[in-house]
Design a protein around this ligand. Structure first.
Ligand code: BEZ
Length: 398
């Protein structure tokens, strides 16, 4: 059935978090008539875009990820021109810990190799140097580290607000909230996307609903292998107002239920400025679906974090004053953190359905929107997405 003109779009983006808004922004720049659908409200705290800070970092164990972080930089510079707020507070990235540990973030020695291969400057550090230069303490002598100066704390709230306002201003972009997608039909080359606000049509879809990915791709008959983490975070009051940390991550072996990987941020003006955010990069109870999530941080994860702060950080009161949670989908497939691909070939018009799912992508926000836009409008991206492609045997039919 023909839809009224205001219900027809060149591209419908499903998911209005940071990546969906970035895609809306880049599609608008290409003058594609775009609808961004958000199931809750824009700027909500219920998905992967929750919270107000993230880490921008270049160290990764894989060269293609280092390249992606480098390639993202000009897109951050471009986004910065749209707001007077500083989006990246460039305090640097400190990675340190047990050099033999391979964690979800990789391994320090492998990251050094990848940085060297791409001529990215960094400094190698001993445990004593990490303690004397970065305020950590009681580190085992065997720990090593690296400091990379381009790392930053991202003002993620300002990033999302900037993208939201850019989409709102753009005559090509329409934003609809409280619009969960309940059905996706196909009529020849046209997708019919059903929401409580009506049925919208387009020839292209970009699916970026964060941890709610399955609820959308299941409507097209496929699923992905993912686990879901309800990630906790805590804020610790500075006892020394002058103390400042870079963004950091510590690699350590798990001890029982203590996953023992932690990461943290500097004090920043946009987020409880008297406090420092430190968080566990593990969950004690991974979820099998986003519906199992509560907004309550796991008390044991917080206790392990407090203990680490107490034993290894200086200038902080180790009581968590504020806490927050963030829900993320993580791919179960080894070495496939970010999945960027078209829908599998058994889905009709699969080349007109672009999917981004799983992994920690906030640091790529402005760039990923550009990549997804190119895939939707051109059928390919100038950035090589082959390491992120799943192959249809990984997208399971249901
Ligand atoms: C990241 O930079 O990708 C990251 C940092 C800390 C925790 C999880 C992910």
């Amino acid at each position: 059935m023909a839809q009224p003109a205001d219900h027809h779009f060149d591209v419908i983006v499903v998911g209005g978090g940071a990546i969906g808004l970035s895609t809306g922004y880049h599609l608008g720049k290409r003058k594609a008539k775009t609808l961004v659908l958000e199931q809750f409200n824009f700027k909500n705290q219920l998905g992967s875009s929750a919270g107000v800070s993230r880490q921008y970092r270049i160290p990764y164990p894989e060269e293609y990820m280092v390249q992606m972080a480098l390639d993202a930089q000009p897109y951050w510079d471009e986004l910065q021109t749209l707001t007077p707020k500083t989006l990246l507070d460039k305090v640097g990235t400190l990675w340190f810990g047990d050099p033999s540990v391979h964690s979800t973030e990789g391994n320090i020695a492998e990251a050094e190799q990848a940085l060297k291969a791409l001529s990215v400057p960094y400094t190698s550090l001993t445990a004593k140097e990490i303690e004397s230069q970065y305020h950590f303490r009681n580190l085992p002598d065997t720990y090593t580290g690296l400091f990379q100066a381009d790392g930053a704390s991202i003002d993620f709230r300002a990033t999302i607000e900037t993208l939201y306002q850019a989409c709102e201003r753009d005559p090509y972009t329409t934003l609809h909230e409280e619009s969960p997608v309940t059905a996706i039909g196909q009529d020849g080359k046209l997708f019919n996307v059903t929401t409580p606000k009506g049925v919208f049509t387009s020839e292209k879809l970009v699916l970026v609903p964060g941890p709610y990915i399955d609820s959308v791709i299941n409507l097209l008959g496929f699923t992905i292998e993912a686990t879901y983490w309800n990630m906790s975070s805590a804020y610790f009051k500075k006892t020394d107002p002058k103390i400042q940390y870079p963004t950091w991550f510590v690699f350590q072996n798990a001890i029982g239920s203590n996953g023992n990987q932690f990461y943290g941020f500097p004090g920043v003006v946009w987020d409880h400025p008297e406090y420092i955010r430190v968080a566990p990069d593990f969950v004690i109870d991974p979820l099998t679906s986003p519906e199992q999530r509560t907004l309550v941080p796991n008390p044991k994860e917080l206790a392990y974090t407090s203990e680490w702060v107490s034993e290894h950080m200086t200038g902080l009161d180790p009581t968590p004053y504020f806490t927050s949670t963030c829900l993320i989908a993580l791919s179960k497939i080894a070495n496939k953190e970010l999945l960027i691909d078209f829908a599998p070939p058994y889905v009709p018009n699969h080349h007109n359905i672009v999917v981004y799912a799983t992994g920690w992508a906030a640091k790529f926000t402005p760039f990923l929107g550009k990549i997804l836009t190119e895939l939707a409008l051109d059928g390919h991206s100038t950035f090589d997405i082959s390491p992120f492609k799943l192959g249809y045997n990984y997208f399971k039919a249901i």
